[in-house]
Write a protein that binds this ligand. Sequence first.
Ligand SMILES: Cc1ncc(COP(=O)(O)O)c(C=O)c1O
Length: 395
Amino acid sequence: MKESKKKLHEETLSVREQTPRGAEREHSTPIFMTSSFVFESAEQARAMFAEELPGNIYTRFSNPNTDEFVRKMAALEHLEDGFATASGMSAIFTSMAALLKSGDHVVCARSVFGSTHQILTQIFPRWGIDFTYVDIADQYNWQKAFKPNTKMLFLETPSNPALDIIDLEYVGKICKQANVLLNVDNCFCTPVLQKPADFGADIVIHSATKYIDGQGRALGGVILARKDLMKEIRFFARHTGPALSPFNAWLFSKSLETLEIRMQRHSENALRIAEKLQGHAEIEKVIYPFLPDHPGYALAKRQMSAGGGIVTIIVKGGIDRGRRFLDNLEMLSHTANLGDTRTIATHPASTTHSKLTDAERAAVGILPGMVRISVGIENMDDVLADIEQALKASV
Ligand SMILES: Cc1ncc(COP(=O)(O)O)c(C=O)c1O
């Protein structure tokens, strides 16, 4: 077959980007379950170790399945290069630890995933890396937190689970001016809905465990960045060992083939759920970035192509009602994951964020009756019927 030189559209690339066919002429990429790769000569081994020749040496460094996954993700995120990791947290940790040193300072949005909070507050201070949190209300005042030793700004948008929206264009500009690296956790949107690098992000990380897998099967992550930054990140990752398994990389690469249609469907369904539940007698508030009453609505419309699959509701009756609501669900899954084809409900105050004090939860907008719904791709009439009956039964 002739090799095409045409630049492919992103949906096509997600389907067609593929490891070169092997001797068996397979149509679908096989899984390269091998720890290492054979050298053809002593000279080839020397040259590969010296990085004079490209090619796979050892799966902790690279593997055809992880490479295929990374090539697709880098193209979708408009970044040059990447490294696939065993979890979203290893992507976050590696992207920070590889580029920071003792004496550096990180500015971070206050509303970030719980384990990211633990890295900044419990682990990095032991190594002399300091941080400052910035509240969503202060999002046009990041500079107040900048110090001469600020090296990186880290954020999530929309945030988990309060769905705060941060202005990526603004933050991209001020990071450039201050020579601060902008690192964005793009887990909730995926590159289908939002491309932080288009607004100036230097690094984008993902928990592939969520929408990228999309079916709640496998843990993984990926770091994407410019080539010069990836050189430092790859050095750190090769020698500290957070590499993704070939099997999980194969799953994720296959899942990327349907990411675009899944994200569209998740978003359509989530908007429908949000609109239906708005004004419900048993619900205090519905939070969804594409509802016009969301404080970040205009921003979300500007930087996201659709609202995403997460809807957060605040049920009337506080923490006990929230728990009763979860206990009364018949079909929705009660589990700590998100981004699945199946609709999932979680009660952050009694689970994912239970270790925070009431004041800490309030500071990141987590209210006692808050329930996070990761809207799946089932028929939404069934999902709404289950929510409705659980609201009634939990009064
Ligand atoms: C926004 C966000 N970032 C990072 C992570 C961590 O990812 P993982 O569980 O794959 O380590 C999560 C997991 O829930 C998340 O929601």
